[in-house]
Design a protein around this ligand. Structure first.
Ligand code: HEC
Ligand SMILES: [Cu+2]
Length: 378
């Protein structure tokens, strides 16, 4: 048995309306919640402010174009409806789609025979061609030209950042973490970048494996990190604070968990940070930490990691020299706590699926000693 749709009612349409309403509400509510800080629309450098200005300009121009197009679309639809309502009853029936008798030509002869309609048709054609010229050529050319000028201006201001007294930091993308090194200061760290406020910073961006993209939304735009090529990004941080960035080029399974934190500090605090990080960590003193250092080498950690002042110098994984003074683990995704450190060592995929660190099989005493040792690294 086939079900016939009831006459005069589009099946299903009414059900979609509440669904669409909920979807629209959900989209709006998605913007609520915690303080939106680490966003490109909340810039903390003049360079990011310029980029945000360019984005807003394109957004608002696009919005105006969209509204005008919607109006232009609505006008003929409403007009043709009104025209239908005005038509005599039999004509309206005859001109309804699908009801035309074969061979009937409703419009042509009727229009030609009626001089008023003929004039109206010519006026319509004129309006149409004028609209085509203005809306299809003149306005788009003006809009694109405005955007071109704005784009060039922002490109110039973001490319020419003051270089006097700049700080150079090398950042190398790895699957799935960031190697951070300060060539002048002789510091190597990972996933957390400390920089002083009001001093230009220039990042030399590299990649060790695949293409990554360095993106600190409140501080600057995205810059690709390409194997075998140096890319540069510079800006002047004008606000202190802690900012979150993320890899912005899909680089593999843990791409979304490749987070980087930037701490913009007062110059004095930054100088203290540099001093504290220029010297290797003190040798372990407690019995447990000494045993932990031994466990570190026995478990093979030194095959991939480096700790200044020890025989561990590999660069496959993040440098652990100042591990205990970092706030986060596994490329910025979890707080640096003893429990997270333990989980990372025995079950790295539990914390961050797909990361290249192998699980370590180690007995509990040794693991505790190892954690005691890692907690001395600062
Ligand atoms: C085969 C190489 C390899 C070995 C062996 C290895 N790791 Fe790792 N480790 C890595 C890589 C790669 C990462 C980065 C993972 C990520 O965040 O994607 C990492 C991350 C870490 C981190 C987090 C660092 C940070 O700042 O986020 C710690 C701590 C760590 N490893 C400790 C150890 C310890 C302790 C051992 C020995 C028990 C060890 N690793 C063995 C490769 C290795
Ligand atoms: Cu990446």
């Amino acid at each position: 048995m086939t079900r016939r749709p009831r006459a005069g009612r589009a099946p299903r349409a009414p059900r979609l309306r509440p669904l669409a309403t909920y979807a629209a509400i959900a989209v709006f509510l998605a913007a609520c919640g915690e303080e939106v800080r680490d966003s490109a629309t909340n810039p903390a450098t003049p360079q990011a402010a310029d980029l945000n200005w360019l984005w807003s300009l394109s957004f608002w121009m696009g919005t105006v174009v969209w509204i005008v197009v919607m109006i232009l679309l609505a006008v003929p639809i409403l007009r043709s409806r009104r025209a239908h309502d005005d038509e005599p009853a039999e004509l309206a029936t005859a001109s309804a789609p699908g009801r035309q008798p074969p061979g009937a030509e409703i419009d042509g002869p009727m229009v030609a025979a009626d001089p008023a309609r003929h004039a109206e048709a010519r006026r319509d054609a004129k309006v149409r061609s004028r609209l085509l010229w203005i809306g299809g050529i003149i306005v788009p050319v003006i809009i694109l030209f405005v955007l071109l000028i704005a784009d060039g201006r922002v490109g110039a201001t973001t490319a020419h950042v003051e270089r006097e007294g700049e700080l150079v930091v090398d950042v190398t993308g790895h699957m799935f973490w960031w190697e951070v090194s300060y060539p002048e200061e002789g510091i190597v760290t990972a996933n957390e970048i400390n920089i002083p406020v009001d001093r230009p910073v220039r990042f030399r961006l590299l990649s060790e494996d695949v293409i990554h993209s360095f993106w600190l939304p409140p501080l600057h735009g995205k810059t690709d990190m390409i194997p075998g090529q140096e890319n540069w990004q510079s800006f002047v941080p004008t606000q202190t604070g802690r900012f979150r960035g993320n890899c912005a080029e899909f680089c593999g399974i843990a791409h979304a968990q490749m987070v980087v934190w930037v701490e913009v500090m007062e110059p004095d605090d930054y100088d203290d940070w540099v001093l504290a990080n220029q010297s290797p960590p003190d040798a372990p003193e407690t019995e447990s930490a000494i045993a932990g250092e031994r466990a570190y080498f026995e478990a093979g950690c030194a095959a991939c990691h480096a700790i200044d002042g020890t025989a561990s110098v590999a660069r496959v994984g993040p440098d652990l020299t100042n591990l205990a003074s970092r706030g986060t683990l596994a490329a910025g995704i979890v707080p640096n706590t003893r429990d997270n450190l333990r989980e990372l060592i025995i079950d790295p995929w539990g914390l961050k699926p797909g990361n290249p660190m192998p699980p370590t099989i180690i007995d509990d005493d040794e693991l505790d000693a190892l954690l005691d040792y890692l907690e001395t690294l600062q």
